[in-house]
Design a protein around this ligand. Structure first.
Ligand SMILES: *Cc1c(COP(=O)(O)O)cnc(C)c1O
Length: 364
């Protein structure tokens, strides 16, 4: 096999090798058409079939009912920070919970739409005081009555904070699942809208998934651009304009791969084992440290610091030499971060753990 290394990049993140091999094998000639999949019309029968297959596989994996539309859009999760208020605020109050960089960005973006008269944006609570290492307890939340929606980010990719329980609120729940979608089973029916940029746990950058309850698609603002309008996209099979066809294709291959792995339940067990192995290695040492309240430690993104930050550079050099890539932490948090999405194997995490032990023995 080729020299594919263990890649702990937070995003765009590693892809399953089997998926890349399949894409490679059919790169030049897809479905005996004599051209690649990226060179055909998105409206051709062959491509439409691919699109439908990807959607039905995702529906199977996440158990998504017909009450929900599944949209394959562009613009990343960040464009959804605008699309959500434009589609859902509807003159009411939107509640935002702030638990890290991403939910903070979503809140700030929504806030801008107050000036358009779209509605009000209310900050329910913020984990800022804890440096986003903890989730504010629900007793402190300032929820609005009859909010248009409640927005939160179940897994904060940068701070490594994850909320495993869906908040008990009355408003439709909107969740940024960019870095945790398909990592563990969820009940989609508890949500009004789920969105995710593909480049963490699904496929390449350029594709954004939106799973939205159909009755929530009826209230878009007149300000909402056509390509950002959920109902408009739904009625046009997410093809109001040219979609990100190759990213859509690769994501479809990842869905097939996930089904072959035994689905989300099976991958969740492996994810838990990976996270346990890594947190155990951190907790069993005085050299490595993770700051997050253990109750909320992410199973996907594991930030950690070394006892002596002057060793950060050496750690990164030596880990790279050992074939363990992209462990540098986000600049907001510093230190290291291992993103251990679905496509990272348990063996690769064990390789990282052994490296960490050896590094501590040498430098600790
Ligand atoms: C990466 C990320 C984003 C930003 O995604 P883009 O596709 O770059 O816009 C938003 N939210 C979360 C939780 C992320 O991990």
């Amino acid at each position: 096999m080729t020299n594919r290394l263990a890649n702990f990049c937070a995003g765009p993140a590693t892809m399953p090798t089997a998926v890349l091999q399949k894409a490679q094998a059919e790169m030049l000639d897809w479905h005996n058409l004599g051209v690649s999949v990226m060179e055909i019309s998105h409206r051709s029968a062959d491509y439409m079939e691919l699109a439908q297959q990807a959607e039905s596989n995702l529906r199977k994996l996440m158990n998504i009912s017909d009450d929900y539309a599944v949209l394959f859009l562009q613009g990343g999760a960040a464009l959804q920070f605008s699309a959500i208020p434009l589609n859902l605020m509807n003159g009411g109050v939107a509640d935002y919970l702030e638990t890290g960089t991403w939910s903070q960005k979503a809140y700030k973006e929504a806030k801008r739409y107050e000036t358009l008269g779209l509605g009000k944006v209310n900050l329910v609570a913020s984990g800022d005081a804890s440096g986003f290492t903890d989730i504010p307890s629900m007793e402190q939340w300032q929820l609005s009555d009859n909010a248009s929606y409640f927005h939160y980010c179940p897994n904060e990719t940068i701070h490594g904070v994850q909320m495993f329980d869906v908040p008990k609120v009355n408003a439709p729940i909107v969740a940024d699942m960019s870095s945790c979608i398909l990592s563990a089973p969820i009940d989609v029916n508890q949500f009004g809208l789920i969105y995710a940029g593909a480049q963490k746990n699904i496929g390449p950058a350029g594709l954004t998934l939106v799973i939205v309850r159909k009755d929530l698609m009826e209230q878009a603002s007149a300000w909402c651009p056509a390509v950002m309008n959920y109902k408009n996209q739904f009625e046009n099979d997410s093809m109001l304009n040219t979609p990100s066809t190759y990213a859509w294709y690769l994501s479809g291959l990842v869905f097939e791969w996930l089904i072959e792995q035994g689905g989300v339940e099976a991958i969740a067990k492996i994810n838990q084992a990976k996270a346990n192995a890594l947190y155990q290695a951190i907790d069993n040492s005085d050299f490595y440290h993770n700051q997050v309240n253990p109750q909320y430690r992410s199973i996907m993104n594991v930030p950690f610091t070394l006892a002596n930050s002057e060793l950060d550079k050496v750690f990164l050099e030596k880990s790279k030499e050992a074939g363990l890539l992209n462990l540098k932490g986000h600049r907001v948090v510093g230190g290291m971060r291992a993103s251990i999405y679905n496509a990272v194997t348990l063996a690769q995490v064990e390789q990282l753990v052994s490296f960490m032990k050896e590094f501590e023995r040498q430098y600790g």
